[in-house]
Each structure stands twice: as structure tokens, then as C-alpha cells.
Design a protein around this ligand. Sequence first.
Ligand code: HEM
Length: 369
Amino acid sequence: MPSDAVLLQGGLELGGGDRPATLATRNAHLVSLWLFTLCGMLLVMIALGGATRLTGSGLSIMEWRPVTGIIPPLTHAQWEHEFALYQTIPQYRILHDGFGLAGFQRIFWLEWIHRFCGRLIGLMLFVPLLVFSLNGTIGTRLAIRLALLFVLGGLQGGIGWFMVASGFDPDSTRVEPVRLVLHLCFAFSLYAAILWTALGVRTPRPAGLDAGRGVAWTRGLAIASAVLIALAIVAGGFTAGTHAGFTYNTYPDMDGHLLPPHYARLVPFWRNLVENLGTVQFDHRALASLSVVAVALTLLVGLRSTLHKPARDALMLLGWGVLAQYALGVTTLLLVVPVWAGTLHQTFAAVLLTLLIVLLHRLRRPAAF
Ligand code: HEM
């Protein structure tokens, strides 16, 4: 390997190796800027996904055309064709009966923009990846990692369609919650992976962290917070997918109960975790509360240990972030899920994930991936 190549964690090298170190630094800035831009686009995509779901727009495009679907209906006859298709599914009769072509066009455009953004993100990943690989700006291992993420991004499009298709079933007005959670989790995982990669390109070597016990405890607690927040996100997906947010709209009690009645009504028990509205919502609340406790403990230990400033700042931001997300969740629930609050709560979950990833990245061990 060239002597002055910029090394990323896990041995990912950035191109520019035979050239002056300043060029390698410039490449690192360029590549990380590209990847951070992708993250910004993914955040917009997650927000659009929330709005699409909450306005009942997601089922308005009933044909799976990954390439030609980029062209929306252009003539009145094409609009009538799309609308006629939509009128055949139960969601139209039950939720939108009689809203006319103008009403259909409103929900169509939101879903079309959501899918358009997906294609744009694919292009924004693929074209620079090709150029940077061919001109040596990025090394082979980084190129392979990003190519894998590109393939997974394509798979996310397929999962999106797999989710939408479940909403066309007879008597169904919504997509299957398990598929919605799969789509949500895949989106969040892709986002986390691209963000982690971008951070690694920007700061390839971890700043020298004290090896003291305080730092090790902070790292451990931050990982525990990450696990709990990830579980809260999955439970949030089920809360959204089953429409559990439209029940028990009181806080901190659940319609006067600490634990919803019939918590374990369904048999076998696991069905309650994904189908029983009271259980689903209770679990989401409990995991969110545990996340706040875990982050508070991380703060307590972290701020008393010898963390360097970047890690302290990230920790403080995570503290504020988890409180804000908790407050947004309670607001969404008490207002019975208006579109703006639900969309904000979903989007802020991704912002919280960002803060978490930044903290974990700043706390990473030198050998971390
Ligand atoms: C760490 C804190 C929290 C996180 C990370 C979180 C995350 C999420 C996520 C990712 C969703 C799903 C969005 C989707 O699939 O579209 C969601 C939905 C929801 N959350 Fe939370 N949440 C938190 C706290 C809370 C709290 C404290 C409450 C209420 C007590 C709450 C109430 C809700 C409700 C009602 C929904 C369904 C909204 C809808 O139908 O769009 N959340 N949450």
C-alpha cells in the first residue's frame, strides 16, 4: 500500500496514495462531503416516508415499474387509468371514497416524490462511486463497501414494494405492520451505515481517548443506550404500523391503567408484541423510557470521566435529543397522531440516531471498523 495513503478504520484506504498528503486530505473532504450529502437526502426521504404513510398516500401507485415509473402520468387518459386502478382497492372505498381525480392526484404526487427521491439517492450513490473508483479517489475496500450499500439500497426499494403490495389485499386499508417495520428498519440501518462510513472518511483515526475505567463505562453505557433506542425504534414502527397511536391517548397512564388491560390476551404470547394495540403501545413507551434512563446514566458517568471535548459535546447533544424525541412522542400521542406530529416524530428518530452514531464514533476504539 502507498506510504501516505489515508487509512480508514478496518483498513479501508482512500485514494491519493502516491500523491502529496494534502491531496489525500482533500479527497477525504470531498468523499465525506458526498456521503454526508447522501445522509441529508436519506433524512429527507425518511421524513417524506412518514408524511406519505400518515396521509394515506402510500398505496396510490399500484404498478411496480422501477425504471419507467419515473415518468408520472402526462395525459388526462393516463391519470384516469391510474385513478381507475386505485379505485379497485379497499383503501379507496373505505378511506377516500368520492375524493375525485383532484384528491387522487394529491396523494399520488406525495408517493411519486417519495419514490423519485429513492431513485435520486440511488443515482447520487452510484455515479460518484463509479467516478471516484475509476479515478482512484477511493480505494478498493471503500468502493466495495459502498457498492454493497448501493445493492442494499436497491433491495430497500424492493422491500418498499413488498410492503405496499400487502396493502392491496381484500379488506385491507393499510400495509402489513411487519413489512412496514422491515422497511423502516432497513432505511434506518442504511442511513446508519452510510453515516458511519462518512464519519470514518472524515476522521480516519480516533482521537486519543483516555484508557481509564470511566471512558470504558461510558462506552459500554452508550452501546446499551444504542440497543435500547434501536428497540424503541422497532417498537415505534409497530405502533405506527398497527395504528396503536390512535388508542390510549393519555399519558403517563393508559386510559387510567398503568398496564393496558388484556396485555397478554393473544395466544401465543409473541402475537401481542406485534398485534395487540395496548401491548404494542405500552412496549414502545417502556422502551422509550428505558432509553431516556440509559442516556441519563451515560451522561452521569461520561461527564464525570476524562472524555475529550468532541465526545462530551456529542453526549450532551444526545441527552437533549432523547428528551426532545420523548416529548415529541407524548405530543403525537396526546394529539391523536396529526400528520405534522407523526412525521416530525418519525424524522426526529433519525436525527436521534445521528446523534447516537456520532457519539459512538467519537468513543470508538482505535481498531474499530
Ligand atoms: C426514545 C424515544 C422514542 C423513539 C426513539 C421513538 C421512535 C419512534 C418511531 C421510529 C416511530 C415509528 C415511525 C414510523 O414507523 O413511521 C414511532 C411512532 C410512535 N411513537 Fe415513538 N419514539 C419515542 C418515544 C415515544 C413516546 C415517549 C411516546 C408516547 C408516550 C411515543 C409515541 C409514539 C406514537 C403514538 C407513534 C405512532 C405515530 C404514528 O402512527 O405515526 N414515542 N416512535
